[in-house]
Design a protein around this ligand. Structure first.
Ligand code: AMP
Ligand code: ZN
Length: 136
């Protein structure tokens, strides 16, 4: 079976440019070179994505996401970050080990803040009826 590339990074079998590491998580530079400072934060435990992750793994991951995001702003000259994440192939996930993308941001950097979607097809009422978790 082909091994997960992020598990190979965690084991040190593939190099990465580490930004932060602790017992449960790792952060390193994304190799895409699509935008300066593109970072990934991953749990050391292999879970496919948010949908199959246990609570503890998510808590550890989000603690580190906040730590790295604050570091970008407090220590590295940025003003904010975008946090991006794809869960499942249908959502654009291409590496099937849970990861959060962090993009450090500065006023006037001319990067998009949010994907430009093309427009909703259904009413808010229809979508509310489909998605609400509260009893009607
Ligand atoms: P996604 O498409 O959301 O699943 O993101 C996967 C990301 O992993 C992409 O942005 C890739 O550039 C990145 N990636 C793939 N292999 C590596 C690697 N060996 N080191 C760092 N980043 C990687
Ligand atoms: Zn993995």
């Amino acid at each position: 079976m082909e091994e997960c590339i992020f598990c190979q990074i965690i084991k040190g079998e593939i190099p990465c440019m580490k930004i932060y590491e602790d017992e449960h998580t790792l952060s390193f530079l994304d190799i895409a070179k699509d935008v300066d400072g593109h970072l990934l934060v991953i749990p050391k435990k292999h879970v496919t994505n948010l949908l199959d992750a246990d609570e503890n793994t998510v808590h550890h991951l989000m603690d580190t996401v906040k730590k790295v995001a604050n570091h970008c702003v407090s220590d590295c000259g940025y003003e904010g970050v975008n946090m991006l994440n794809a869960n499942h192939q249908c959502a654009g996930q291409s590496v099937f080990h849970l990861h959060i993308h962090l993009i450090p941001r500065k006023t006037g950097d001319a990067l998009p803040g949010f994907p430009k979607y093309s427009g909703a097809q259904h009413s808010l009422e229809e979508m509310h009826a489909r998605l609400t978790m509260l009893k009607q």
